[in-house]
Design a protein around this ligand. Structure first.
Ligand SMILES: [Zn+2]
Length: 184
């Protein structure tokens, strides 16, 4: 198990955390107990479409999804700068009306939202430029998806296929990947 660091809410010391959702941490410096800060927890959901998350919650398997995101998707690390840059960039394009959020999300954990290009455009990730054309779909690509499609950037652009089952990343080895509707 890969330990992460959280800041004690009482004394501000940095203490180790096993990443377990909703379990209190005891500070090794001041001895107080606390739940890891909301920001540390919400960070896990950075890439997840809220509808997908709600479905897992409804099925009583939110912990399973969270574990999958932490250890299969994030691989015990935080999101990379490029992952965060993708989120900031796609949200900017959405505000500018260049892309819109589709009523579907990627079928594989962490189930990122899918965006549709309203016009031709460019998504900038630091030095790299990902061009897209009107009506193409854009989704964040997890490390496994990057490997599979030989992508240099954490973004997949194209015509994504429809899927009907929601899967965890750890289950997808020989599975097809695609999107699934968030509104039915
Ligand atoms: Zn403390």
């Amino acid at each position: 198990m890969q330990l992460q660091e959280v800041v004690c809410s009482n004394c501000g010391a940095t203490v180790e955390w096993d990443g377990t959702y909703g379990k209190t941490v005891t500070c090794s410096y001041c001895g107080s107990t606390f739940l890891p800060a909301a920001t540390a927890l919400e960070d896990v959901w950075l890439m997840t479409d809220p509808v997908a998350r709600a479905r897992y919650e409804f099925e009583g398997n939110l912990g399973g999804l969270e574990h999958d995101i932490r250890y299969e998707v994030m691989r015990g690390q935080g999101w990379s700068d490029r992952d965060r840059a993708y989120v900031a960039e796609v949200q900017k394009l959405e505000r500018e009306g260049i892309v819109r959020k589709a009523a579907s999300f990627w079928a594989v954990s962490p189930h990122p939202p899918i965006y549709v290009a309203m016009q031709d455009g460019v998504l900038r990730l630091g030095e790299s430029l990902c061009t897209f054309h009107r009506d193409e779909e854009i989704v964040w690509a997890c490390p496994m998806t990057r490997d599979r499609f030989g992508l240099n950037s954490p973004v997949l652009i194209g015509d994504l296929q429809d899927e009907t089952t929601q899967r965890l990343c750890g289950e997808m080895v020989n599975a097809m990947q695609g999107r699934m509707p968030s509104s039915t």
